[in-house]
Ligand binder design. Structure first.
Ligand SMILES: Nc1ncnc2c1ncn2[C@@H]1O[C@H](COP(=O)(O)OP(=O)(O)O)[C@@H](O)[C@H]1O
Ligand SMILES: [Mg+2]
Length: 314
């Protein structure tokens, strides 16, 4: 883990955001998934992860895309990826062995390498092929409570509904879906939700859709505004209030190996990811309240495994 004092040395403004010690609890595992490429999955993994770490959470990003953009975008040199998510999924390394601290305090990553693209073929005959990541996460879930344990795990999925994405959905508590504010935004969502439904019925009955985050929004563009309206009206799933704007600082940051919150904390992209992190933590609190023993589901809403849970809330 990075030394939290680095906040003060390197990022005084970010340090001031850190106001609390995370509650010791099993990590919440969110898979960031959409089979379309270029919709903001990796950008969301990096910057939501950084924002959650900035407000006091212990965050692990699992890079499950063979392209390794989350690893590169966080400044993890290929030579330092001694153990990768490929090694984890083939059983050659434990997840903890693959974890590398990033320059951002409280943010770690299990990096990926190109080998990961061959995994599907290699394990296609194995009965546990869809359970590899869930099994690898089990020691983190059962670790004794400690402020140093991870409180959030974000899985950056590849742009495909392949075995890697199914592994992520099987391992996750919830799915976070980035949707780009463009004409075909909703295209493919039905297929994504069908995959979630299949995973839920066969492998992971408690899986929920945490929410949809609209990305790369351009307020000056009528089409972008129309997409927001359409998604909010037509999507049965919960759409976060926070919309991530298209912002050049967001797209510049990865080439410096930095999250945008470190590259330019004051830009509108950073502010949006901080708001998204706050919204997600708030929703987690609501979810935990609903799961609490003695909670009257009839009075307060559906149980968390019910996918309709997110439909009516705002
Ligand atoms: N809010 C944003 N503003 C500007 N550019 C963005 C934003 N979000 C993502 N991008 C850029 O769009 C491209 C695709 O984003 P990325 O997160 O890699 O998508 P995915 O992981 O879904 O393929 C990248 O070049 C990224 O820098
Ligand atoms: Mg990506």
């Amino acid at each position: 883990m990075s030394d939290p004092s680095q906040w003060t040395a390197e990022q005084p403004a970010l340090a001031s955001l850190s106001s609390r010690i995370p509650n010791p609890a099993p990590p919440r595992v969110l898979a960031i998934a959409n089979q379309k490429g270029g919709v903001g999955k990796t950008t969301t993994a990096i910057n939501l992860g950084t924002a959650l770490a900035a407000i006091g959470e212990q965050v692990l990003i699992i890079d499950l895309d063979p392209q390794g953009n989350a690893s590169t975008g966080l400044g993890i040199d290929r030579r330092s990826r001694h153990h990768s998510t490929y090694d984890v999924l083939t059983g050659e390394a434990s997840l903890r062995e693959a974890v590398i601290a990033t320059a951002v305090p409280r943010l770690s990553i299990a990096p990926s390498t190109l080998d990961l693209s061959g995994l599907e073929l290699e394990v296609s005959q194995q009965r546990d092929r869809a359970l590899r990541l869930r099994n690898a996460l089990a020691p983190l879930r059962s670790a004794p409570p400690s402020p140093n344990e991870f409180s959030y795990v974000l899985i950056d999925c590849p742009p495909s509904l392949n075995l890697l994405t199914v592994n992520a959905m099987t391992a996750a508590d919830a799915i976070l879906v980035p949707l780009q504010c463009e004409f075909f935004a909703l295209e493919g969502l039905t297929q994504l939700l069908a995959t979630v439904e299949n995973v839920r019925s066969a492998l992971n009955p408690d899986l929920i859709i945490h929410g949809i985050v609209l990305t790369m929004h351009d307020a000056r563009n009528n089409l972008s505004n129309q997409v927001v309206e359409d998604v909010r009206t037509n999507s049965k799933e919960k759409v976060y209030d926070t919309i991530i704007p298209r912002n050049v600082r967001v797209s510049e940051a990865p080439s410096y190996g930095k999250p945008v919150l470190v590259y330019d904390l004051k830009c509108v992209g950073s502010e949006a990811y901080l708001r998204l992190a706050t919204e997600i933590i708030q929703r987690e609190k609501e979810l935990i309240a609903r799961m609490a023993p003695g909670h009257d589901a009839a009075a307060g809403g559906a149980p968390p495994s019910d996918p309709t849970l997110w439909k009516s809330q705002s």
